[in-house]
Ligand binder design. Structure first.
Ligand code: AKG
Ligand code: FE2
Length: 233
């Protein structure tokens, strides 16, 4: 996994995040890995909790948070993505005048979370069926926030499901909001901001507020894995 993630075009990921507020990875997980992750959704022993989205007004569908120790593939993805993302996160914080900096090693950042009682793992698998959707939201779970996250589509668009597009919105200060719909292939990842990002305007750099969600599934079943780098209270 570290080799696969190091081999991504990180300068393009950074440039796409700066320009559009998100970046696709291209093929990341194999069909077999996607199928294996989809299948473990049924393994309740691997998860710490199950959320039925409609009960909380989050949309329709459900998700489960992995328990520690994370299954190896998820642990590897989380640790391998983090170092390159931490560079982008630090550059963004500098641009936005935020003095938080992120260590190079995910274990060191988790230590910071754990010292503030953010100890519960946040990686998750989401499952949507016909008519399900995920309302626009931000994955904030406490004081400590790592500002970028990754979602990987496990299902095959057009074959396993239709509809269910990944949607990002950005709310710009005193301007109308902009939406981005991101087509993903099975096994492809998307890097996007948790809550805000810097945008260069005519009068310098400003902060735009970001939300993400999923449009209504027209048919079939859609599974996604979400990798969030801060832990939860
Ligand atoms: O199902 C999706 O594509 C969105 C998942 C999500 O909200 C997340 O990964 O944080
Ligand atoms: Fe999310």
């Amino acid at each position: 996994m570290p080799e696969r993630i190091e081999a991504l075009d990180w300068s393009k990921v950074g440039a796409d995040l700066d320009a559009y507020g998100c970046a696709t990875t291209g093929p990341l997980l194999t069909e077999n890995e996607c199928a294996a992750l989809t299948a473990i959704y049924e393994r309740d022993d691997l998860f710490r909790s199950r959320i039925v989205m409609a009960r909380h007004g989050f949309g329709s569908g459900e998700y489960k948070y992995f328990a520690y120790p994370l299954v190896p593939l998820i642990a590897e993805l989380r640790a391998a993505f983090y170092p390159s993302l931490s560079e982008i996160a630090n550059r963004w914080n500098e641009a936005m005048g935020i003095d938080v900096r992120y260590p190079r090693d995910h274990a060191d950042f988790l230590e910071r979370c754990h010292q503030s009682e953010q100890v519960r793992p946040t990686p998750l698998i989401l499952r949507y069926g016909p008519g399900d959707y995920n309302c626009l939201h931000q994955d904030l779970y406490g004081e400590h926030v790592f500002p970028l996250q990754v979602a990987i589509l496990l299902s095959r668009p057009g074959a396993d499901f239709t509809g269910g597009e990944f949607v990002l919105t950005e709310q710009r200060p005193r301007m109308q909001s902009r939406a981005e719909v991101v087509p993903l292939a099975q096994g492809e990842g998307l890097v996007f901001p948790v809550h805000h990002r810097p945008v260069r305007g005519t009068r310098g750099i400003y902060r735009v507020n970001m939300r993400h969600g999923v449009s209504r599934l027209r048919s079939g079943a859609r599974h996604t894995v979400g990798i969030i780098f801060h832990d939860a209270t």
